[in-house]
Design a protein around this ligand. Structure first.
Ligand SMILES: [Zn+2]
Length: 257
């Protein structure tokens, strides 16, 4: 059976850190969820989703517990140590071996975090609402580490090529800038003109990078893979509407006795 987590962060961390992103291949879900859909809330057959989740679990080290979320575009960070089947929140923080956190996306940006010593990790679900509300900063604050000791990595999300938003979305980010210089930098770096004057294109990767850098994170990898462009590998809500979700998962392998 093929590896369900072929895309992995290119960070240099101890081998106990498990992290990866699934694609839509190799599962049992029927169209339009074909085929490796891991979300229960999108209308897919729950039995198929369960079988897909079992395939994912088989690939993880034995004894791993995964914390799934009911994501709400907010800023709640769930601690994987308080295990429950599915909890409301938009990020999972993990600081114990044998636990993992998972976020499900199809255009929103999954952001991975890890302390350099490999003992604490997190993953966040960041659409524009979550980014604006501060989900990345809130996740980073869960780490006892200084921000420069935390590494971040950006998974696949809808790219600036396809992410058209109303100008009011851009203005939410611009209005949050402390200085005119920051405002100009953000406008140039994270937004592009659209075909019509009342819209623009937003760059979630750039928005996330700027937010993380402002919070003190120095090492940020990944970014640039557009879910909308790559229909063969990724679900895209903007492109397909009714569709599946792929997983971004991060965890700490159980201790070897
Ligand atoms: Zn695209």
């Amino acid at each position: 059976m093929s590896d369900p987590l072929l895309l992995t962060p290119d960070w240099q961390l101890p081998g106990n850190v498990i992290a990866g992103v699934s694609d839509r291949l190799g599962g049992v879900s029927a169209a339009p969820y074909d085929s490796f859909n891991l979300a229960l809330h999108v209308g897919d057959d729950p039995g198929a989703v369960q079988r897909n989740r079992e395939r994912l679990l088989q690939w993880l080290p034995a004894g791993m517990n995964v914390q799934w979320l009911e994501q709400v575009h907010g800023t709640t960070v769930v601690d994987a140590a308080f295990q429950a089947p599915e909890r409301c929140g938009d990020a999972v923080y993990v600081d114990r071996p044998g636990l993992a956190g998972a976020v499900l996306t199809a255009d929103c940006l999954p952001v991975f975090f890890a302390a350099r010593d490999g003992r604490r990790v997190a993953v966040a679900h960041a659409g524009w609402r979550g980014l604006a509300a501060g989900i990345l900063e809130t996740t980073l604050e869960r780490f006892p580490d200084a921000p420069e000791e935390v590494i971040a990595w950006l998974g696949p999300a809808i790219g600036v090529c396809h992410f058209e938003v109303g100008l009011e979305v851009r203005d939410i980010f611009l209005d949050a800038c402390a200085t005119t210089t920051q405002r100009q930098q953000l406008q140039v770096t994270a937004f592009r003109p659209a075909a019509t004057a009342d819209k623009c294109h937003a760059d979630l990767f750039a928005l996330a990078r700027l937010r993380l850098q402002a919070a003190g994170v120095r090492e940020i990898g990944g970014g640039g893979l557009c879910t909308h462009c790559d229909a063969a590998h990724y679900y895209s809500y903007r492109r397909d509407g009714r569709t599946g979700r792929f997983v971004s998962i991060v965890g700490l392998a159980p201790d070897q006795d």
